[in-house]
Write a protein that binds this ligand. Structure first.
Ligand code: GAR
Length: 204
């Protein structure tokens, strides 16, 4: 059984789907949900599901990224995770922190990587006139949003889409993708999960 820690910054809807999925014959179990924001709504939701939580307020470290990460490391090491899932965790991690968990930390990013690493992914896809957007789960490496791909879901961009509407449509599909990837990953299978949101294509 793989011990899984999940890092969040906000509502934690992906985290909830991961925790919900980790039952029965699943090869992983959630051992910790941690956040850089003590007010993150996801912390209470994790606690309500019986998962231990921790928070380290990054604002207390004022630009001292290593200090923040040293504080975050403590509850993480205590939880002895085999796998760390970043699920809407909005802090950039230093290469030292990433290397400490090399090969066992994964992230979900709301774009079809390698397109649009970083922020404002949906607005950038709409602005570029892309026909498709989506989300990618990848291994975390020191370079932002560029580790090996473990899964991807493609979602149509519809006429008149706003970034909010597109983000909501992609998020629904993130909730399918991330649990599917974690199931494989926790079982030691790195082959990519490739999904298409066909039900959103009118007429298909
Ligand atoms: C998700 O859309 C996730 O892909 C994105 O934040 C959202 C978190 O939602 N992550 C990033 O942008 C990471 N760079 P959630 O808190 O409801 O899971």
């Amino acid at each position: 059984m793989k011990r899984v820690a999940i890092l969040i910054s906000g509502g934690g809807s992906n985290m909830i789907r991961l925790v919900e999925d980790m039952q029965g014959d699943h090869p992983g179990r959630a051992v910790l949900v941690a956040s850089n924001d003590p007010a993150a709504a996801g912390l209470g939701k994790a606690a309500a599901m019986g998962v231990p939580t921790a928070s380290v307020d990054h604002r207390a470290f004022k630009g001292d990224r290593e200090g923040f990460e040293a504080a975050l490391l403590q509850p993480l090491l205590d939880a002895r995770p085999d796998i760390i899932c970043l699920a809407g965790f909005m802090r950039i991690l230093t290469p030292g922190f990433v290397q400490r968990f090399a090969g066992r930390m994964i992230n979900i990013h709301p774009s079809l990587l390698p397109k649009y690493p970083g922020l404002h992914t949906h607005a950038r896809a709409i602005e570029a006139g892309d026909a498709e957007a989506g989300a990618t789960v990848h291994e975390v490496t020191p370079d932002l949003d560029s580790g090996p791909m473990l899964g991807q879901v493609r979602v149509p961009v519809l006429p008149g889409d706003t970034s909010e509407a597109l983000a909501a449509r992609v998020l629904v599909q993130e909730h399918r993708l991330y649990p599917a990837v974690l199931r494989r990953y926790a079982a030691g299978d790195r082959s990519p999960v490739l999904l298409t949101a066909t039900e959103l294509h009118p007429g298909i």
